[in-house]
Structures are given as structure tokens and as C-alpha cells.
Design a protein. Structure first.
Length: 108
């Protein structure tokens, strides 16, 4: 009878060992799959970050260009409001002269 009890215990031990081994292998595979998914998602995130940084630098350059353009327009607007500009346009477009000035026209 002692041999029968020993065989049962040995069988249970080997069955428990196999079940534990299968469980550990399953958990190992799941962990490896999760690590692969994390690596793929991480590389995609890095790519997205680089694209966003490129977009940010391009937009900052556009902001600088538009700021310079706005300053130029404001300066031109201030110049167009001056008496100097009005006199220049009156001379060029309308042919007007100030008092005491003589205007000479070229013969065509």
C-alpha cells in the first residue's frame, strides 16, 4: 500500500509541475506580447512628437514672418498718413506743385 500512495503523490506532483509550467509559460508569453505592443506604441509616439516639433518650429517661423509683415504694414500706414506722402502723391499723380515751385515737363 505504501507504493500506491507514493505513486499517487508522484502523479499529483508531476501534474502540478506541468500545470505550473504551462501557467508560467502563458504568463511569459503574455508579458512578451505586452512589451512588444508597448515598444511599437512608444516608437509611434516618438514619431508623432517629432512631427509635432517640426510643425511647431514651422509655425513659429510663420509667426515671425507675419509679425515682420505687420510691422512693415503699420510703418507704411503711418507714412501714408503723413503730409510728406500726400505731397508726393499730389506731385506724381495730379501734377500739383507747392507755391513758388516751377514744374518742368519733358516733351514727348
Amino acid at each position: 500500500m505504501a507504493k500506491a500512495g507514493f505513486k499517487k503523490r508522484a502523479y499529483r506532483a508531476s501534474r502540478n509541475y506541468r500545470q505550473n509550467l504551462i501557467g508560467m509559460l502563458t504568463i511569459t508569453v503574455i508579458v512578451c506580447v505586452l512589451l512588444c505592443v508597448i515598444c511599437v506604441k512608444s516608437s509611434a509616439m516618438h514619431r508623432t512628437i517629432e512631427e509635432n516639433n517640426t510643425t511647431i518650429s514651422r509655425l513659429e517661423t510663420q509667426i515671425e514672418e507675419e509679425t515682420e509683415r505687420t510691422e512693415t504694414i503699420e510703418k507704411k500706414g503711418a507714412y501714408m498718413q503723413s503730409d510728406e506722402y500726400v505731397a508726393k502723391i499730389a506731385r506724381e499723380k495730379l501734377g500739383l506743385v507747392n507755391d513758388g515751385e516751377i514744374m518742368f515737363k519733358e516733351a514727348k
